[in-house]
Design a binder for this molecule. Structure first.
Ligand code: SF4
Length: 434
């Protein structure tokens, strides 16, 4: 039998085939379909249009609905979207729904999915959000799809997928204390460009990847879409399995899948991480790479620490380590990705002080768990750039208008770099603060 990559093996299993080849089109069975408040109403509309007003979803336990984007706002259209989700969930008796204003509320879907046990090795996860690729950190095939595809999956549980070829990225060496996964993935995107992995799987490997915690692996996989990647993937190890086994919703059995020896990768890049520096992506593209040392001193108006790439406990531990005992010089917004992380900020301590009190004492503002200003949102969104401000942010996109105002300038960086910059009001190398 031909040697296959992880991505090929997962797709072959879900197509009921022994072998698949890159470029081949196959019908894939879906393990989980995720949607949220922005794309859920459109998906539901397409599902009803094509399958009938009284149609039932193919599996009420495999559709996961997570309102997260435009949540804490008075905007009527945003609130109407959540109402549409509620009606659909009640009508379809959807098992996994994380409603706003209830104890079940979670926040950012890509972090909520693993926290609530919906990510498992070897599975196929489709989501109506481009950063669904985050879940590749759990050794599964996870990718973003449009509302039309999602409406079709709701009715059938299947999707027609072209098997992507795989690019391999190997990180070796010991991660220095001033670098995070964000620096690694910004380095990759800067090297290969925003279209460098278009419709390709990006598989991460190497001792430096396996030394990362699961949240940092999620950050790596999250941003493959910024290089055009179809999916990002990391083979499961004990770290993955410990996380998954502690949370697995419904205790579903799963299969560990790894690339075969001799599997064909269309290219391989090897990074010695000891040689990397803290990186930023300058406005207005995630591939507009610069070493922090090259843009050091650039004046800023705002710092933002949140989102699915920068709002996890690992991100806040890193930021708090820099901010503790100091005062920010610019408006600094902290947004936990999920309610679980928000609770963690209140309980986890750094030298006797909770992370929440470290941030508040430093002068930062803390928002409710959600996407908040990562995608701009309505004008009353916490942290939104409502003017032509210059912001350094742990988010994952910096296209014009992404965080609000079209003339705002957003620099993407790690939580370490964002926290260091918040203290000076200019882009600052975290090595100057550690
Ligand atoms: S935090 Fe940002 S990137 Fe992540 S799902 Fe929300 S809007 Fe998208």
């Amino acid at each position: 039998m031909s040697a296959m990559t992880m991505t090929e093996k997962i797709l072959a299993r879900h197509a009921g085939k022994e072998v698949v080849e890159p470029g081949e089109n196959v019908w894939i069975d879906t393990d989980v379909l995720m949607t949220h408040d922005v794309c859920g109403p459109g998906t539901i509309g397409i599902f009803k249009q094509h399958f009938g007003a009284d149609a039932k979803v193919w599996d009420r336990e495999k559709v996961v609905i997570i309102p997260d984007h435009y949540i804490f706002t008075r905007d009527e259209k945003a609130n109407r979207n959540v109402e549409t989700l509620r009606r659909f969930v009640a009508e379809q008796n959807i098992k996994y729904y994380y409603d706003v204003g209830t104890p079940a509320y979670k926040g950012v879907c890509h972090i909520a999915l693993p926290e609530e046990g919906h990510t498992r090795p070897g599975e196929v996860l489709f989501g109506t959000d481009s950063h669904t690729c985050t879940a590749g950190a759990f050794g599964e095939f996870a990718t973003g799809i449009g509302n039309t595809d999602a409406g079709f999956i709701m009715g059938t549980g299947k999707l027609w997928v072209k098997v992507p070829p795989t690019l391999r990225f190997v990180f070796t060496g010991k991660l220095p204390p001033y670098l995070m996964a964000k620096d690694l993935i910004l380095a990759v995107i800067g090297d290969i460009g925003c279209d460098g992995a278009t419709y390709r799987a990006m598989e991460f490997d190497g001792d430096a990847v396996y030394a990362l915690g699961i949240e940092e692996r999620m950050t790596l996989c999250n941003m493959v879409i910024e290089a055009g990647g179809k999916n990002g993937v990391i083979a499961p190890d004990q770290v993955t399995l410990d996380y998954v086994n502690a949370r697995n919703a419904g205790n579903r059995p799963y299969t560990i899948v790894k690339s075969d020896p001799g599997a064909r990768f269309i290219s391989e890049r090897v990074y010695d991480i000891a040689k990397l520096e803290p990186i930023v992506a300058k406005p207005h593209s995630p591939d507009n790479k610069a070493a922090v040392s090259e843009v050091k001193g650039t004046r800023l108006d705002r710092a933002y620490i949140g989102s699915c790439t920068g709002g996890k406990m690992t991100d806040f531990r890193a930021a708090a380590g820099i901010l503790k005992g100091h005062t920010v010089k610019i408006d600094t917004f902290v947004v936990p990705a999920t309610s679980e992380i928000a609770r963690g900020l209140k309980t986890e301590k750094l030298n006797g002080q909770t992370l929440e009190s470290v941030f508040l004492a430093a002068g930062a503002q803390i928002g409710e768990p959600s996407c908040a200003a990562c995608l701009g949102g309505p004008s009353d969104t916490f942290g939104r750039l409502n003017g032509p401000l210059r912001c350094i942010s742990t988010t994952n996109r910096n296209f014009p208008g992404r965080m609000g105002h079209k003339e705002a300038q957003v620099f993407l960086a790690s939580p370490l770099t964002v926290a260091a910059s918040a203290l000076t009001g200019t882009i600052t190398d975290p090595r100057d603060c550690l």
